[in-house]
Design a protein around this ligand. Structure first.
Ligand code: BGC
Length: 729
């Protein structure tokens, strides 16, 4: 007999209800739990495989809802075969045959052996190219699904607002609008392949006092709603995201994992989220052991489950003990049914009951496929930001010998949560590929990233003397100078890197400094010595080739910063979006600088959000609005002419900022409202059009509801301070 829950013709609610009515409490608690396979796992054999008998024993007759990272350490064919074998145990050998969901990380490419590694999120956001993000997400979705992974623990939608924080690199920049556009493309691109996304960390995980990891977020609800909620709300409403991960931190004292207001009132009731919520790695246990909200882990688990946290990742730990809490009346079975209902709805919606197994013939073909590598290179090229280029030193011309030196010159830095066993291209290789026979490339490492050893300086100085130009590839590495659990209190280059730059500068050759990092670098000790500075946030497996393309002029740099660069670490936090200061001496707004006051350095960025040079220049003209006076409800149409004034074709990123000149609730001076990357051949002009919806004029009023106040607004279009126009309503 076909149980109703097995009938795909029935509405999902009916199937869920039927299945719930057949499940024991134990089976429900296993659905809310995960088993960790792979490294540090409950079942793991050193050759990267599992004993299926062990899996069978763990599944018992109750099964389990989720498997954490079961195939991360396997090559593609083994991964998909293992995934199908495990699924067969869940479907055919457990009492109710509920398929299991297998997860993995995929921040900038699936984190699996040999998979394609795209530029890290912070680098992708510097492309300002959401269409490209969509293509990358589509490619990640295909590669991920082919290996039998159903859920990716990505994207990171925290905002990069404090570069002291180690995980800064995982974010799509500091601005909520920019991050939400990337988040929506990521989720849509991946979920269309029947792989669900898990935006994280809900919420405000990376922005607490001093940039420290997972501190209490004591910010106001206004700030949450204006800033940190924005990308999450966008992926729920616009991309119908099917899962979401809580954050390790608390929010005004209440752990995000046990926060009913956050996980139920806002997420489900206000935004309409219909997926399931997962914990960050052991955050349910942390609610007891670290945040100490309850004397036992079971009691903490009950608080989390009741708040709306449906799944405990990554291993069987606290949720499995919730039976005791039901007996003690601390949570009811009806509460648990709600959590389990969320999980089952997603499994039904994904068609997992009907199609639990995946075609095994695609994984090898799609693994780092040539078209994915090409995409990785295109993205890397667009992500590189040219910060300084005195006397048009770049692109490098007429040089016969180039010295490529520095601790990051001959390594592939991919950043956090990257694919493994990646065949990446180092900067040295990429520069060799780009210059071919045109120049001899000399190499000396010179120094390490963090050690204070200077014994290789001399060799590097000799190498510099032989060269016509020096390219120093400096910066950091995930796991050493940055990344998870690697917060910093100083953004200067580490070790003796700054001394190294200064020593090589003394040789007197044209000097290009390339920074490969996951966060901004402060450069006051050496930046005047460098003729050119190139920022390459971790740029993926093709980063080396992209760098070669940029330095040689095969590609015109077009990336723009998605974060603000401070002059000194002590100036932090420093972002474009911030409310005005309350006294006249502190005018921080570059652009309206020097209105009679000279603000101290503390208020002026080294490089502002949106900044980036090119090998050509662009002129903005004829900024025009559909009307300078608009009625309630009307959209605003904006047109501007942009001319490529130089000799090289290029891509320009046109940015639209809006300022509400007067508002009874103070507002950030410039809010990014739209942007477009456009290609303009040398000497040509393109008209760029934008439509800003009326709601863009709104702010959150005293009741935190959007309101438009009649008055004057200013619109700024350009990369920095080019066009300027007024719009009145
Ligand atoms: C991180 C998550 C990640 C998880 C598993 C946690 O420490 O905060 O972002 O998904 O580890 O790798």
């Amino acid at each position: 007999m076909l149980f109703p829950y097995r009938n795909p013709e029935l509405p999902i609610e009916e199937r869920v209800e039927d299945l719930l009515s057949r499940m024991t409490l134990e089976e429900k608690l296993y659905q809310m739990s995960a088993i960790l396979l792979g490294e540090g796992a409950e079942i793991f054999e050193s050759n990267g495989t599992y004993s299926l008998d062990e899996v069978r024993k763990k599944f018992g007759s109750h099964g389990v809802g989720h498997l954490s990272c079961p195939t991360t350490g396997m090559p593609p064919l083994q991964a998909i075969r293992t995934a199908n074998q495990i699924q067969r145990i869940a479907v055919e050998e457990t009492r109710l045959g509920i398929p299991v969901i297998m997860d993995a990380e995929a921040l900038h490419g699936l984190r699996a052996d040999g998979a394609t590694s795209y530029p890290q999120s912070i680098a992708l956001s510097c492309t300002w190219n959401t269409e490209l993000m969509g293509r990358i997400a589509d490619a990640i979705g295909r590669e991920t699904y082919s290996r039998g992974v159903h859920q990716v623990l990505s994207p990171t939608l925290d905002l990069a607002r404090d570069p002291r924080h180690g995980r800064f690199e995982e974010c799509y920049g500091e601005d909520p609008y920019l991050a939400s556009r990337f988040g929506v493309e990521f989720v849509k691109g991946i979920q269309k392949h029947n792989v669900i996304c898990t935006p994280k960390h809900f919420v405000a995980n990376f922005v607490n006092d001093g940039g420290r990891d997972s501190g209490n977020a004591g910010m106001s609800e206004r700030e949450l709603r204006e800033m940190h909620f924005v990308p999450f709300e966008a992926v729920v409403k616009e991309a119908h995201v099917q899962s979401l991960m809580t954050a390790y931190n608390s929010l005004d004292g209440i752990p995000c994992s046990a926060n009913r207001w956050l996980l139920t009132d806002v997420l489900r009731e206000e935004w309409g989220f219909d997926g399931y919520v997962v914990s960050d790695w052991s955050s349910v246990s942390h609610a007891h052991a670290t945040l100490k909200i309850a004397p036992t882990k079971s009691e903490a688990a009950a608080l989390c489950a009741k708040a709306g946290l449906d799944v405990e990742l990554p291993r069987l730990n606290s949720y499995i003990t919730l039976g005791e809490m039901v007996e003690q009346g601390k949570i009811t079975e009806q509460d648990i049914d709600k959590n389990v209902g969320h999980i089952l709805s997603v499994k039904f919606r994904m068609g997992l009951f009907e199609h639990p197994y995946i075609d095994e013939t695609k994984a090898e073909k799609l693994c780092d496929a040539p078209e994915f590598r090409q995409l990785a290179r295109e993205a890397a090229c667009q992500s590189i930001v040219l910060l300084k280029n005195d006397n048009e030193l770049l692109p490098l011309k007429n040089v016969r010998k180039i010295a490529v030196m520095g601790p990051n010159a001959d390594v592939v830095q991919l950043g956090g949560y990257s694919a493994r066993k990646v065949s990446g291209v180092t900067p040295l290789e990429g520069i060799r590929n780009a210059f071919g026979n045109q120049a001899e490339i000399l190499y000396a490492k010179g120094c390490n990233l963090t050690s204070v050893d200077k014994k290789e300086f001399d060799k590097a100085i000799q190498t510099a003397r032989k060269a016509d130009a020096c390219i120093l590839v400096m910066g950091g590495a995930n796991g050493y100078t940055g990344g998870e659990s690697n917060d910093r209190n100083n953004l200067d280059l580490m070790g003796v890197q700054e001394d190294f730059i200064n020593e090589i500068a003394h040789v007197g050759k044209p000097l290009i400094v390339v920074l490969i990092e996951g966060r901004p670098v402060t450069m006051s000790r050496w930046m005047d010595q460098a003729d050119a500075i190139v920022m390459m946030f971790f740029a993926g497996e093709e980063g080396g080739n992209a760098l070669g393309d940029i330095l040689s002029g095969k590609v015109n740099p077009s990336g723009k910063l998605s974060v603000t660069y401070p002059r000194h670490t002590g100036d932090l936090p420093m972002c474009l979006l911030h409310r005005p200061y309350g006294r006249e001496g502190h005018i921080a707004e570059y652009g309206s600088l020097f209105k009679g006051f000279l603000p101290s350095d503390r208020y002026i960025p080294l490089y502002p959000f949106g900044y980036g040079l090119s090998y050509t220049t662009y002129k903005y003209a004829n900024l025009r609005l559909s009307d300078t006076s608009i009625e309630r409800g009307e959209d605003i149409h904006v047109n501007v002419d942009v001319t490529n004034m130089g000799k090289m074709d290029g891509d320009e990123i046109v940015q639209v900022y809006l300022t509400d000149l007067y508002s009874r609730i103070t507002q950030s001076t410039k809010k990014l409202k739209a942007f477009q990357r456009i290609h303009i051949p040398a000497g040509e002009t393109r008209t760029v059009s934008f439509t800003l919806p009326y709601s863009d004029l709104s702010f959150l009023n005293e009741r935190l509801k959007p309101e438009v106040e009649a008055g004057e607004f200013e619109l700024l279009v350009g990369t920095e301070l080019y066009g300027r126009s007024y719009c009145k309503i």
